[in-house]
Design a protein around this ligand. Structure first.
Ligand code: EPU
Length: 452
């Protein structure tokens, strides 16, 4: 953390105004990796300027992919014509910076016959193992050697389609299988796959490149390997996590925010909860330009309609459930709701640590090892504090906060904006990993915040 990595936030002002979200971080970064599989350039639109994108760009460039900015703002052109090996030292510059490098395994094995993956980074929200990834890669025929400096992989007899069943519908492991199976020889059947909208969008990207992928009912995906793939041109789905984060900010601060680019279809579960808490929203669908009339951009306006907010019980889950990345920002708004709200986190075992900071600001949040509300999950028996009870409403006051991870960091920021007084938020640069221009957006919404 640098000395300048601090935001002074003068809270208590409702956020009002409009901001725009671009392509989803958790699709864009994977679509960039997919470009490695093609034998022609790919073109990706609406790419946000965030650190995860920079890390993937750096890794692609190290492996010979030419990445250049296109004519449109946010357009990237990725040319994989000269894919080449990079040294362990070069790759290790990116060690600890993101979790996306694990997805380079399949594409690099296909293109080069070997791969080196540095130590992974990403948010510290529990152990985040990669056992499903390694098991899947081995089943495709990869030889995986874990070394102190990272992971070396080879595929002495090539990669071959296989039958797999994930112990849990992991987003990353599903993407690993997709990115490996599309060029593997034969058919791959993946059971208990994740089917998040970002995964379906990645399937669309791969299909544009020439892949044959069938999404069956009951989380079964079948991939028929093809001998070659071309490039793609793709406009990604919008970032539904960022959109929900700003929605929560509107509710927690008593404000009114129009989120341009946000789409209803992938946010339905969030919208239901938002309305149950007492938040108001209005969806404006995107309208394409027609002869004689300009089109309109889609947006969702989120606001606090006045009056009291109500407590809710929610459980995070894989799609179509309530996303785990939505809970941290929303919990700040739940501190303002009357009654006892319950949040049962079933995707990550340790994603409630950030509530301590909210308590230091006057919130009353208790975390429990039990599975509270809903169905018992796999963490109940394993002694993880993964349920929270939020008693409200609480008047939040300013505090000094240290940002622990991306989504919790955004919740700290919202809490500081909602609180009376001046807070200092340390480690805010971490928010740039997933929120484009968040400081400019805060300014546009009338927040009073400045560096250091
Ligand atoms: N898991 C394993 N073994 C594995 C892989 C996963 O046990 O080999 C477990 C994890 O520990 C976790 C669960 O499976 O308990 C789900 O993990 P998943 O693999 O689905 O998560 P991920 O792919 O690492 C992505 C997003 C996360 C998001 C989750 C869940 C990216 C880059 N990250 O992570 O987003 O929370 O899916 O939707 O796509 C974020 O954007 O801030 C973020 C953390």
């Amino acid at each position: 953390m640098t000395v300048n990595d601090v935001l002074t936030v003068h809270g208590g002002t409702p956020l009002h105004g409009r901001i725009r979200v671009r392509g989803a971080k958790n699709l864009v970064s994977k679509a960039m990796v997919a470009a490695l599989l093609g034998d022609a350039p790919s073109r990706l639109y609406d790419v946000p300027r965030i650190r995860d994108v920079e890390v993937v760009r750096g890794l692609l460039e190290l492996h010979g992919v030419r990445v250049s900015d296109g004519a449109e703002d946010g357009e990237l052109v990725l040319d994989p014509a000269n894919v080449e090996s990079a040294t362990t030292d070069e790759i290790n510059v990116h060690a600890g910076s993101s979790r996306i490098p694990i997805l380079f395994c399949g594409p690099l094995l296909h293109r080069l016959g070997h791969a080196f993956i540095p130590d992974l980074g990403g948010c510290h929200i529990g152990p985040r193992p990669i056992d499903f990834h390694i098991q899947a890669l081995r089943q495709f025929g990869a030889v995986v050697d874990k070394a102190p400096e990272g992971m070396h992989l080879t595929a002495p007899t090539g990669l071959h389609g296989t039958k797999l069943e994930l112990p849990f519908p992991s987003v990353g492991a599903t993407e690993q299988v997709l990115l490996t199976a599309v060029l593997a020889e034969g058919v791959t059947e993946l059971r208990n796959a994740a089917v998040e909208p970002e995964i379906i969008d990645l399937i669309c990207v791969l299909q544009k490149m020439g892949a044959i992928i069938k999404v069956h009912t009951d989380r079964v995906i079948e991939i028929q390997g093809v001998p070659r793939l071309g490039g793609y041109t793709h406009r990604p789905i919008p970032d539904r996590i960022e959109a929900a984060s700003w929605a929560a900010a509107a509710l927690a601060t008593g404000g009114d925010i129009e989120v341009y680019g946000a789409e209803q279809v992938d946010m339905m579960t969030f919208l239901n909860v938002f309305r149950s808490v007492g938040g108001a929203y209005e969806v404006t669908d995107m309208r394409p330009p027609r002869e004689g009339s300009a089109g309109t951009e889609g947006k969702i306006r989120f606001w606090h309609p006045g009056g009291e907010l109500q407590a809710v019980a929610l459980e995070t889950d894989v799609h179509p459930g309530f996303m785990t990345d939505w809970q941290q920002p929303l919990v700040v708004a739940l501190t303002q709701a009357r009654g006892l709200s319950i949040v049962h986190e079933t995707v990550y075992e340790q994603r409630l640590g950030y509530t301590e900071a909210l308590n230091s600001m006057g919130a009353t949040i208790q975390v429990y090892r039990d599975c509270l509300g809903g169905t018992p999950c796999r963490f109940g028996r394993r002694d993880f504090k993964h349920s929270a009870v939020i008693a409200g409403p609480s008047k939040l006051h300013a505090a000094d906060l240290v940002i622990p991870d991306l989504r919790a960091g955004f919740s700290h920021l919202i809490a500081a904006l909602a609180a009376e007084g001046t807070s200092r938020v340390y480690g805010v640069d971490l928010i740039n990993r997933g929120y484009e221009d968040f400081e400019a957006k805060l300014a546009a919404l009338g927040a009073h915040a400045e560096r250091a």
